[in-house]
Design a protein around this ligand. Structure first.
Ligand SMILES: Cc1cc2nc3c(=O)[nH]c(=O)nc-3n(C[C@H](O)[C@H](O)[C@H](O)COP(=O)(O)O)c2cc1C
Length: 330
């Protein structure tokens, strides 16, 4: 089974290292992604803080934002030396800040430059280099635009293409609207896979459940879930069984949550605020007695100065423990 069968999407402000550590407790096999990090931040920013990850996070991919091949190559090399398992280039993000920097989704209009970026990164590292894109932007024809981009990045040696199956509309929509308003077109992504059977194609966008994700695997090599994974992380505990035929890391969501306690203790001792960790776990319990009390306790107590692992343990004590089978079916 290939590594990219199931991935958790890169999400700014969400998939930080605490979130990734937590997700890794729920699935050993999902490929997880960092937030997008610009080449400027990698080369000139607080590199150690921005790129730090826990060895437990493997396999973990770093997502880069940039459009200068030399800067991307240097950034990719730094990330590979730090131990990341994959370098991903973001050409799907539509925010204004990103457009000003001439990277993100506007690069869908510059396939030759994207090819140069991929080629430069491939020459700099031996780990896989992948691209995350849209099916097109603005008035582009998704048939031609995605095809041209694909051929260009394949010629540059790309190891996989992750396609958010909708356009980005660069003028007039906020990044949030751009994740919901342009219609999804899964068929376009399936056609891409049929046209390039040797290319690893991962589909992303609007996949709400593991059942839906499994259906996509009849057409493409992998699925990437963003909001469903983040907002309903309890789903992740069934990933290893459903997608990889392996036992889940824990028999219950509750047990996985308890395994977060040593991480919390370590982090709080280093000065991390409890809420910086627990904000990622609020959706952990679903249709379980006490789920609301768990959320409420964390929302009020985890933000207090000096809050530590005991607050999280107390929140957990409010929730009934339910076996995986029941939780996954809920
Ligand atoms: C809060 C948030 C931040 C995001 N940040 C990034 C990002 O840094 N890089 C990126 O490629 N996509 C980013 N995305 C888009 C997701 O990776 C994904 O493509 C999108 O949410 C669609 O997948 P979904 O419907 O499964 O959530 C972000 C999405 C959200 C909700």
């Amino acid at each position: 089974m290939k590594r990219r069968t199931f991935a958790i999407a890169p999400m700014m402000d969400w998939t930080d290292r605490h979130c990734r550590f937590f997700h890794r407790l729920l699935t050993r096999r999902a490929l997880i992604y960092t937030e997008m990090i610009t080449t400027g931040a990698v080369l000139f920013g607080e590199r150690t803080r921005l790129l730090a990850f826990d060895p437990a996070e493997h396999p973990v991919a770093v997502q880069l934002g940039g459009s200068d091949p030399a800067a991307l190559a240097r950034s990719a090399r730094i990330c590979a030396d730090m131990g990341y398992d994959e370098i991903n280039l973001n050409i799907g993000c539509p925010s204004d800040r990103v457009q000003d920097g001439r990277f993100g989704a506007c690069l869908m209009a510059e396939p030759i430059l994207v090819g140069d970026c991929v080629a430069a990164m491939k020459a700099a590292v031996s780990i896989p280099v992948t691209v995350k894109c849209r099916i097109g932007i603005d008035d582009q024809d998704p048939e031609a635009a995605l095809d041209t981009l694909t051929r260009t990045v394949m010629a540059a040696g790309v190891d996989a293409l992750i396609v958010h199956a909708r356009k980005a509309w660069l003028a007039g929509l906020s990044p949030k609207e751009n994740r919901d308003v342009p219609p999804l077109d899964y068929e376009r992504v399936y056609r891409l896979k049929r046209a390039y059977p040797h290319l690893d194609v991962v589909i992303n966008g609007g996949i709400a459940t593991l059942e839906d994700a499994l259906e996509h695997l009849a057409h493409v090599d992998g699925v990437m879930l963003g909001r469903a994974a983040y907002q309903e992380p309890w789903r992740l505990l069934a990933v290893d069984r459903e997608f990889f035929g392996e036992a889940p890391p824990f028999a219950s969501v509750h047990a996985a949550a308890r395994a977060l306690i040593p991480h919390i203790e370590r982090e709080v001792a280093r000065g991390t605020k409890l809420s910086a960790i627990t904000r990622h776990v609020l959706g952990l319990f679903h249709a379980v007695p006490g789920a609301r009390a768990f959320r409420r306790h964390l929302a009020t107590a985890a933000v207090k100065p000096g809050a530590g692992a005991e607050v999280f343990a107390a929140a957990l004590a409010l929730v009934a423990e339910t076996e995986l089978t029941q939780t996954a079916a809920a």
